[in-house]
Design a protein. Structure first.
Lengths: 411, 239
């Protein structure tokens, strides 16, 4: 046991001396591994970042919320078939609310896209969410300032608005949004609340941070005719476990409202977060595989570089290998020595690459979600060690099986 | 005490489709504290014999007992162990590690013997003092003269207290004066009780030994005791 430790220790010393003797060569070889590890680590932090960001965004939608909608979020049905469905109107919503017993909250939602202004600041193409005061119960919103609009304000279609965090930052950089009068389109609205940051920028307009929330009546009054748009009914189950039951009830209630016979298919869709998760997963898996494959290629090129250099190193030191064998080094000792050398080169390159990747991902985080986790550190070290061992194996084996007589005579 | 016992060994190399008989039928015994020179023209098989004696190679046929243990059937690892513990090599071209200082070069065989670092250093220093390089411990090979380099190599051969010192043309790369000093060192080492096998093609170097084995065409042509032995006049331990 102690002789193995001794061997490792001596092997490391030899490796270190060999690397120092060829500084430029070792540095260039390390560069290959450095680039490879940086790319792989950066890619995996980016993937982690995308994952986290999507997960946050999706969970902001709520895992226990159903969306009864004219449109299916994800469907193989043809688009025109859904277009020909009847709109869901406020009448449907009221009857649904009367008939459905299981949900903990039900809210109608309709949307509009408007430009919002305050003083000389404006934000274009803002997603306007019109609902009633129950809407907040179908979400997990937290408020940075103020409150959600009340039942009275909602029923009276008062011009009050709750701002998503991003919108608030854009219009009120100093955070003094409360009670200010802003213009949505041509209409004045009073700010009664501001949300805390909810989720991810990746979800774009679907992110509550980029939306504003107004009573549904104000949308019908000012922006979209009541008879034109369709309403989504947001239904929150009493608990995630109740989701399936609530969904079944919702389907029955909707079919009843629509007066559908047994043979007719649903002329509505009940959407849920799961569908979105599956859809996003199917996209990100492709990004992940493609990204890791491409970055692995650069690591592979680095590994070839190491192997190449190790072959040169073995060739150059043929006489040294012969001598070491003559004075008692076994095959295993020689094998260990060269494996250690390639591993040390890879490890140094890998650690520098890891540091670079972490710094880069902090910089990149300004534009793109990244997430450095400690398992990435382990990943990088394992990858570089593995690369060192795998690419050093063939050269080290060549060295180990050299005949001492021939090696000593090598010119 | 008998150290080396070789009976009817032969070595055949396969070169392409041709068989080369490097050694045909060699029988010899070497006892402790002998000083043997092996001579012969190139192609006589003296290199092959030396590799065999040094356990760098095994014979195709015949018996080779080293300290009454059969070497012929040893595995690579066992051969490596014998070379490490029992044989001290001195080469014509010194074969020192260029990037390592004298002490590290000398302690190299002890690393493979599994000796601890502090003991290694101590023994390496002592061996360097023994060959007269007490003041050159931390010089690298390129900071040493040819003679000094060969002394480092001799210290490396001595440091494990081997049963035999096997020197292959140890003066071949040295001028005659330095060569003389190295031969004086071998003389001293022999006087201290070591067994030395010297491979050379120069008569006057061979005459430093007590016994000369002459090879020709893979056979022993002559095995003789040196009548008029040459005793080096140079002082060995001081450069």
């Amino acid at each position: 046991m102690s002789s193995i430790l001794l061997e490792l220790n001596e092997g490391l010393a030899i490796a270190w001396r060999a690397i120092r003797a060829n500084k430029i060569r070792a540095a260039l070889t390390m560069l290959g591994i450095f680039i490879g590890v940086t790319a792989v680590v950066l890619m995996s932090t980016a993937i982690k970042g995308i994952d986290n960001s999507l997960q946050n965004g999706v969970s902001a939608l709520g895992s226990d919320v159903l969306y009864v909608d004219k449109w299916a979020w994800f469907s193989n049905d043809e688009w025109w078939r859904m277009r020909n469905r009847r709109n869901i109107d406020m009448e449907d919503f009221h009857r649904f609310k009367e008939l459905a017993k299981l949900p903990s909250a039900i809210a109608p939602v309709t949307n509009s896209v408007q430009t919002i202004k305050f003083a000389d600041r404006k934000v274009e193409n803002v997603f306007l969410n019109g609902s009633n005061s129950d809407y907040v119960k179908t979400t997990n919103f937290d408020f940075a300032l103020g409150r959600f609009y009340s039942e009275v304000e909602s029923n009276g279609s008062r011009n009050v608005v709750v701002l998503g965090s991003e919108i608030s930052i854009k219009l009120f950089p100093r955070g003094d949004a409360l009670d200010k009068i802003i213009k949505i389109g041509p209409v004045n609205f009073k700010v009664v609340g501001v949300l805390t940051e909810q989720g991810s920028t990746l979800l774009g307009a679907f992110n509550p941070d980029n939306q504003v929330f107004v009573p549904i009546g104000t949308i019908f009054k000012n922006f979209t005719s009541r008879h034109f748009g369709t309403v989504t009914i947001n239904v929150r189950a009493a608990s995630p476990e109740m989701l399936e039951e609530t969904k079944a009830e919702a389907e029955g209630v909707m079919r009843k409202i629509r007066g559908l016979s047994h043979s007719e298919p649903n002329d509505f869709t009940i959407n849920q977060q799961e569908g979105l998760t599956n859809f996003l997963d199917s996209i990100t898996i492709v990004i992940k595989i493609a990204g890791l494959f491409i970055t692995s290629l650069s690591l592979f090129v680095g590994a070839i570089g190491i192997m190449n250099i190790m072959f040169v190193s073995v060739k150059e030191r043929t006489r040294e290998i012969g001598l070491r064998k003559a004075i008692g080094a076994t095959r295993r000792t020689i094998l260990t020595q060269f494996l250690l050398e390639s591993s040390v080169i890879c490890l140094i390159g890998g650690i520098i690459g890891l540091i670079a990747a972490i710094l880069l991902s902090f910089m990149l985080n300004q534009f793109f979600p990244t997430s450095v986790q400690y398992d990435v550190v382990i990943l990088a070290i394992v990858i570089s060690l593995l690369t060192g061992i795998v690419s050093g194996l063939a050269p080290a084996y060549t060295a180990a099986k050299m005949d001492p007589v021939d090696a000593l005579r090598y010119e | 005490m008998n150290i080396i016992n070789i009976e009817h060994i032969a070595k055949v190399y396969q070169v392409g489709s041709e068989e080369v008989h490097a050694l045909r039928d060699v029988t010899l015994k070497i006892n402790q504290n002998e000083y043997v020179a092996i001579m012969g023209p190139s192609g006589s098989g003296k290199s092959t014999l030396m590799n065999m004696l040094g356990c760098l190679d095994t014979p195709t046929s015949g018996i080779y007992d080293f300290k009454n243990v059969s070497v012929s059937e040893m595995t690579d690892n066992e051969l490596a162990r014998i070379r490490n513990k029992e044989i001290g090599f001195v080469f014509q071209t010194f074969n020192l590690l260029a990037r390592s200082d004298a002490v590290h070069n000398v302690e190299l065989p002890l690393i493979y013997a599994g000796v601890t670092s502090s003991e290694r250093k101590e023994r390496a220093r002592q061996a360097l003092i023994d060959v007269g390089l007490g003041d050159r411990m931390h010089h690298k090979p390129n900071e040493l003269s040819g003679g000094q380099r060969q002394r480092v190599a001799i210290a490396r051969a001595l440091v494990t207290n081997p049963a035999i010192i096997l020197a292959d043309e140890p003066t071949g790369n040295l001028d005659s004066k330095t060569g003389e000093e190295i031969m004086a060192l071998f003389h001293e080492i022999h006087e201290r009780g070591n067994t030395i096998i010297l491979v050379t093609h120069e008569e006057y170097i061979a005459e430093h030994a007590l016994r000369i084995i002459r090879l020709k065409d893979g056979l022993i042509e002559k095995d003789e005791t040196v009548e008029k032995r040459y005793i080096p006049k140079a002082k060995a331990s001081f450069v």
